[in-house]
Design a protein around this ligand. Sequence first.
Ligand code: NI
Length: 181
Amino acid sequence: MNTAMTDAPILPILFHPAPILRAKARPVAEADGARVTELAARMLSTMYKAPGIGLAAPQVGEGLRLVVLDVAKEETPAPMVLVNPEIVAASTERAIREEGCLSLPGQYADVERPARVKVRYRALDGSRQEVEADDLLATCLQHEIDHLDGVMFTDHLSPLKRNMLIKKFLKEQKLKSREAM
Ligand code: NI
């Protein structure tokens, strides 16, 4: 991937409760072509700037099945762009990891998911790709692919925990908008 891609202009990130975050995104079609390459570049810029390790197109207002992520622990960026990603296998073994979301800034909670997943997707050049993931990448892939189906990480929590977290988020946002006045 060209590093210049990450210099693309950033996009505004939508926060809960933006309706598009709850909608099912449509598959990327061949006709979407160059627009998707440009969108992926801007999503990567947006993600790095936030900073975050994953971003799904609905979070920037585009109802497309497109995800970008970078879970590299080193300083060298290792961006991944996934077009029409699909989980084709998941382990019965589960793992708990703390998650957050750029659409719910400042909120974190432990989420239990399959520990390992196999994901099929297309690269930007249209080639078929497959990745077997564990650890942080497995969590991140599942979290981002959830976004394409209108699912937020909070949906994996108990109703009590979920309501507490969302209430806290809305309260903090209200305070922030008041401070901005
Ligand atoms: Ni998220």
